[in-house]
Structures are given as C-alpha cells and as structure tokens.
Design a protein around this ligand. Sequence first.
Ligand code: GAR
Length: 207
Amino acid sequence: MKKKIGILVSGRGSNMLAIIKASKESTFPGEVAIVISDNPDAPALKKAQDNGVKAIYIDPGRKGAYLSTQAETQYAEVLKKHGVDIVVLAGFMRIIRKPLLSAFPNSIINIHPSLLPAFPGLNAQKQALDYGVKVAGCTVHFVNEDVDAGPIIIQSCVPVLQDDTPETLSQRILKEEHKILVEAVKLLCEERIKIEGRRVLILPQQG
Ligand code: GAR
C-alpha cells in the first residue's frame, strides 16, 4: 500500500511540487495526502491545489522560529486525521518541537540548502558564499529537537563558481534539492531507511 505523505511549506513550494509530480507516477510508493502552510500567502498553497492536492493554512499561533504549542498540536492532529505516515518539511521556516516530533517519531524529514553540518539556519547559500567554500550543496536529514542536526539521509554537492551570487548558487543547489528530496521520500516510503545512531543506512530494494 502507498504511504501517505504530509508536506509543510512556508513559501514558493518548488520542493513540494517536485514531490507532488513524482508521486503522480504510478510506480511511486507514496501519495501526498495534505499540504499545510504557516503562511496564508504561500504560493505553494495554490500550486498544490492546482495539482489536485488538498492544501490548507493553519495559523502558527505566534511569530518567529516556532509554532505555538497549541498550533503545533493542531498541525499534528490534522496530519494524523489525513492518515499521514511521513512528514516532509519543504521550505518550512519553523523549528519543530515535541508535539510533532512525538506524533511522528523518525518520520519527519527536512531539506536544507547546505552540506550539513556546515551552514545550518537561515540563508545557508549566502553563508557558504561568504565563507568562501569551493563546494556547496544540500542535505536531506531526519528532524530532531536540534536545528538542522538530525541524521543525514542523502547529500548532493555542486561547485561554487567564481562569479556566483547567492541567487545563482541557490538555483544550482535547488536543482539538486528536488532530486535528493524525491529520492529520500521514495526510500522512506519503501521502508528502506535504517537509523543507527547518527548514521543512516540505505537498505537494498526488495525482490
Ligand atoms: C529551499 O532552498 C529549501 O532548502 C530552503 O528553503 C527553500 C524553499 O524553496 N529551506 C531552508 O532553508 C530550511 N532551513 P521551495 O519553497 O521552492 O521548496
């Protein structure tokens, strides 16, 4: 049976769209059950609806990095109500805490636009450029109580070019984000991911 995926978004939604598009393939092992945004104006909401996926705004309850406890409990309840097995943070600009983490143990993943553990937090691509690294990239990781710090599932790297701006570097990284996020969601849906301490093992395909 296909796993049910819930996606949390705050803005543009290109990573979300990559998952929705992949999930329309008949062989993809998951389907997107619900998209939730903490931002009523997120373009992602309309993009999801245009692609036939239910997408709603839920009031985050407060400004800043966190959802209010009450709001986060509501997010968890709505995801559960839609039968969600796997939660994907796809450009969701809030830090997740207990209500969601304990409702979905080892089942929440995040895409981050740097090669973690380098450059966690906001504006990761600009941080990489300012630091002067020659290779940048992106990471899909499990979400735990620390910011951008859970076990790493997949990473992909891109070169940093001499004339890069934060925008050109972000574009190059984004193309890789779409690929590794879809791949990680697929692996999770296929139950081919095993966490051993900080290390994530990818199990071979059945059959
Ligand atoms: C992506 O680059 C994603 O990695 C980043 O926000 C962008 C969202 O774009 N997320 C973070 O920085 C989280 N710390 P999208 O809405 O088009 O997917």
